[in-house]
Design a protein around this ligand. Structure first.
Ligand SMILES: *Cc1c(COP(=O)(O)O)cnc(C)c1O
Length: 393
């Protein structure tokens, strides 16, 4: 073998069965091979175990799929290159031209864009409602044959809590599938409900460190099997190295999540005591309109807090800029604390009704609380409230 051949076909190293790596190695390979055509064909037809092409899946991805499916209490999972790919491509794979989708004004903006602008272009019809109005969901399901009910709980950014069991039961009764974007609640919440498909942005709590994008679709085996072929064709697959980082992130998922929830609860209580703050929403607060529903549905209440500043948009902008531990940034659920000012949250293409439903006003602030020391975080909020020029009454 000449050197140029040798480097193309390097020596293979096999690890004995009784000598395992404690942390699974990264299968940074696109292709897999069998010894002959027959076994290759059998694998392609699902007649034997094995892997073929990493766009579909790969052992590193499979470990993460199994972990996430287990956490969410479902049989199967498939991974995507980002959270939006999980949401958007699942809807694309599940909907046909002429079918109808119900979604909500309180949801993550790119999901709304996908349904209104992109699926709309391909002839998928939609009805936009408020997640608060379950009676209207029921009327719409009864009057319009519906393929999908797409919702979030808690919703991003104002943390409305959806009545999941009621919505799931109504959808089931009327032959619609439910698609729950469970990103804010996390992979350990809501598995007890009769939801057909969960989607997550793994970029948030699963990665946990704000350094890698990824998404997951979690459902029963039949749905995932049906989706996997089309997802592989769409091609927004998760890279094995990103999957490895997600798997590593999961080892501290509960430690981070618990600490973030604790910090958020303490901070929410502090904010509630401040006269500059109104319309405070944290599902763990008794004053949250759906606190009891949140207690019944969730193990914990997450790390997101939304509120309005009495001083209006300018005060909210100054508040965000005066914070030093909270960075002005998108995303959520990472170790570091983040803030979004109203100028960065307001929907641009809503009518008055939809704007009211969204509950985002011109002075709404969203916090994502990290794992820092709680006294440092409170101190930072305190000095930023003072710097915001918000008048106390
Ligand atoms: C962030 C987010 C997404 C999109 O996730 P990416 O990984 O950034 O693509 C989808 N849904 C919700 C609720 C999110 O918060």
């Amino acid at each position: 073998m000449k050197p140029s051949t040798f480097v193309t076909h390097p020596p293979s190293v096999t690890v004995p069965d009784d000598n395992r790596a404690l942390v699974a190695p990264i299968y940074q390979t696109v292709k897999f091979t069998f010894d002959n055509v027959e076994e290759t064909e059998r694998q392609a037809h699902g007649e034997r175990e094995g892997f073929w092409y990493s766009r579909k899946t790969n052992p590193t991805l499979r470990q993460l799929e199994l972990t996430l499916a287990g956490l969410q209490g479902r049989e199967a999972c498939l991974l995507t290159a980002s959270g939006v790919a999980a949401v958007d491509l699942t809807m694309l794979a599940l909907c046909r031209q002429g079918e109808h989708v119900i979604f909500f004004a309180e949801m993550y903006k790119p999901t709304q864009y996908m349904i209104r602008r992109v699926l709309g272009r391909y002839g998928v019809r939609h009805t936009l409602l408020s997640i608060d109005d379950v009676d209207e969901i029921e009327r719409t399901l009864a009057s319009t044959p519906t393929r999908l009910v797409v919702f979030e709980s808690p919703s991003n950014p104002v943390l409305k809590v959806a009545d999941i069991s009621r919505i799931a039961a109504l959808a089931r009764k009327h032959g619609a599938l439910t698609l729950l974007d469970n990103t804010l609640a996390g992979v350990h919440n809501h598995g007890q409900f009769d939801v057909d498909v969960f989607v997550h942005s793994l970029t948030k709590y699963v990665s946990g460190h704000g350094d890698v994008l990824g998404g997951a679709v979690i459902a029963n085996q039949a749905i995932i099997d049906a989706l996997r072929t089309e997802m592989a064709i769409f091609g927004a697959s998760l890279d094995p190295h990103a999957a490895f980082l997600m798997q590593r992130g999961l080892k501290t998922y509960f430690l981070r999540y618990e600490r973030q929830c604790q910090n958020a609860m303490t901070l929410a209580n502090y904010l509630e005591s401040r006269s500059e703050v109104s319309a405070l929403r944290y599902p763990g607060l008794k004053s949250h309109p759906q606190h009891e529903l949140a207690c019944a549905q969730q193990h914990d209440f997450g790390s997101m807090i939304a509120f309005d500043l009495q001083g209006g948009p300018e005060a909210a902008r100054k508040f965000a800029e005066a914070l030093s531990l909270f960075s002005i940034s998108a995303s959520l659920g990472s170790t570091e604390s983040l803030v979004l000012a109203p100028q960065l949250l307001q929907p641009r293409d809503f009518d008055a009704q939809q704007t009211a439903w969204s509950a985002i006003t011109e002075s709404t602030v969203r916090l994502s609380v990290g794992v820092e020391d709680i006294q440092d975080l409170i101190g930072d909020i305190e000095q930023a409230l003072a710097a915001s020029g918000t008048h106390t009454s």
